[in-house]
Design a protein around this ligand. Structure first.
Ligand code: NOJ
Length: 547
């Protein structure tokens, strides 16, 4: 396998991170839900892809109203996923295979079943009375201000005991913690230390820009459109997108907290953070604020490449806007995760393009400057599952159906073995169905086919590892027509030209005379197409040439 390539502390820079959604990865108990032992069993599959790390979505104790993003105990494993001993075994096996493990810290809010909230809501003068965002009603009894929940409706819920409202950015059962209270920060950092001591290599920080709210609880203004923005807001079925979120999130106080977080991490060796920034048009500025200076987060991801657009113009705009805004920071690019439609389905125009798009997308992602996140199943070229309303489990989808069907379509179980019940995911009925066309794409099928999407992922990630310049080399765009994406990556003695044609028609790229073209480089799955100094490309094609 690939050669080790980084200083121990810097492993995250340019890393390939594979996201595991534990509930849908591998079940070992027959209850239809994935578990930690299942992850351990399948770590070999992940390692065989040649990735550096895994990111585990939450496996903590939780009533599962938001599939574990509603934590009721930060320091224990939910019984449906196993035990702390199972976690330790999984971690040890991952490390044995050379994989780092990043876990998901969901600290902006807790579950309403968390003992902290149970105590907080019990009276106005208990020791944790101020641990959440409580506020009196307006004189007419309505909510303190106009803040909205991302999952629909007001961002406030009335509590009859305290006779006050509490704030929630997501479900009513996900009350927001009050980060202005130093005791809350202390308690959360203690839970982070718990996992650091257990040996995790880092954290994905859920909704990292939502930690603080405006102390004065000012109303958000209506949405002010920004034509230059690349960031995505909530889907337009959701009135959340009708506000500029000036006061309910991304408050300046967060920077000081992130420094505290980093100082704690730096007591340990080689630990890293990746923050999730959902901040619409302001996302890049927020990433710059959070990742500059080497004293806050290591890297962040935004929703820029998680939308429907797979054009040269869009990718160039995202990367260039990032380069302008974030001069001293680091990004983690992704096309898919557990919150968005699978990218193959977002990008294809017809079903027969599935394989081609899957391959082109991972090749493009692997050549961008930044770390990258892959989402389980994308290495098989899985499409978005089309689920009936009766099958839905995501409260977000249930709330906005049929205008928006939520996130279950990308969360269906991994297909491992074509011939087995539920494609080898579980011997019991899975919590979400395994689509038939996913079973045909199972790992055991694709392993045997030389040109499968799965083998393309392995070869492409090996190509990335072999070329040091792709980890953290400079990236510059070249002048090209709008439909073509042409850029160089350069580090040390190596300089590579990449040209992508994301359209469906043939195209050519004529490099400037000043560029001294060297030998074409064969990139897995895409032949070399240099003819008389011109790069000729088919539709949905790419090429690489040494400079
Ligand atoms: C972002 C997570 O990715 C998403 O799945 C979750 O619903 C929200 N945060 C709330 O925690």
């Amino acid at each position: 396998m690939a050669k080790p390539r980084k200083k121990a502390d810097d492993w995250w820079r340019g890393a390939v991170i594979y996201q595991v959604y534990p509930r849908s990865f591998q079940d070992t108990t027959g209850d239809g839900m994935g578990d930690l032992r299942g992850i351990t069993k399948r770590l070999g599959h992940i390692a065989s892809l040649g990735v550096d790390a895994i990111w585990l979505s939450p496996f903590f104790k939780s009533p599962m109203a938001d599939m574990g993003y509603d934590v009721s105990d930060y320091c224990d494993v939910d019984p449906m996923f196993g035990t702390l001993a199972d976690f330790d075994a999984m971690l040890a096996e991952a490390h044995r295979l050379g994989l780092k493990v990043i876990i998901d810290q969901v600290i902006s809010h807790t579950s309403d079943q968390h003992p902290w909230f149970v105590e907080s809501r019990s009276s106005r003068n208990n020791p944790k009375a101020d641990w959440y965002v409580w506020a009196d009603p307006k004189p007419d009894g309505t909510a303190p201000n106009n803040w909205l929940s991302i999952f629909g409706g007001p961002g406030w819920e009335w509590d009859g005991v305290r006779k006050q409202y509490y704030m929630h950015n997501f479900l009513i059962s996900q009350p927001d913690l009050n980060f202005h209270n130093p005791d809350v920060q202390e308690a959360l950092l203690k839970t982070v230390r718990f996992w650091l001591d257990r040996g995790v290599d880092g954290f994905r920080l859920d909704t990292v820009n939502f930690y603080f709210h405006d102390r004065k609880l000012r109303d958000n203004p209506p949405h002010e459109p920004d034509p230059e923005a690349v960031g995505l807001d909530a889907p337009d079925v959701n009135p959340y997108g009708m506000q500029t979120h000036r006061y309910d999130k991304t408050q300046p106080e967060n920077v000081a907290f992130l420094k505290r977080f980093r100082a704690l991490l730096d007591e340990y060796e080689g630990r890293a953070t990746v923050g999730e920034v959902g901040d619409g048009a302001r996302s890049l500025k927020t990433v710059a604020d959070y990742t500059s200076g080497g004293d806050k987060l290591h890297m962040c991801y935004t929703f820029d490449l998680l939308g429907p657009d797979f054009t040269a113009d869009h990718v160039r705009k995202c990367v260039q806007s990032f380069q302008r805004a974030v001069t001293d920071g680091w990004v983690c690019w992704a096309f898919s995760n557990h919150d968005v439609n699978r990218h193959v389905s977002r990008f294809i125009r017809a079903p027969e393009e599935r394989e081609r798009i899957a391959k082109l997308a991972i090749t493009l992602l692997s050549t961008l400057r930044g770390s990258i996140c892959l989402y389980q199943g994308e290495e098989l070229g899985l499409t978005e599952a089309d689920l009936a309303f009766e099958d839905l489990r995501d409260p977000y989808g249930i709330r906005f159906w049929p205008a928006f069907k939520g996130r279950d379509g990308c969360r269906t179980p991994m297909p491992w073995q074509h011939g087995e019940a539920h494609a080898g995911f579980s011997t019991g009925k899975p919590w979400l169905p395994v689509p038939q066309d996913h079973a045909r794409l199972a790992v055991d099928v694709q392993e045997k086919i030389a040109g499968s999407v799965f083998n393309h992922y392995r070869a492409t990630l090996a190509f990335r590892r072999e070329h040091e310049t792709l980890h953290d080399g400079d990236m510059s765009f070249l002048h090209s027509n709008h439909d073509i994406l042409a850029f160089t990556r350069e580090k040390g003695g190596e300089k590579l030209l990449f040209v992508f044609n994301l359209t469906h028609e043939k195209a050519e790229f004529v490099p400037a005379k000043s560029l001294k073209l060297g030998a074409p480089l064969s990139v897995p799955g895409f032949g070399a197409k240099l003819k008389d100094g011109t790069i000729e490309l088919d539709g949905l094609d790419m090429a690489c040439v040494r400079l």
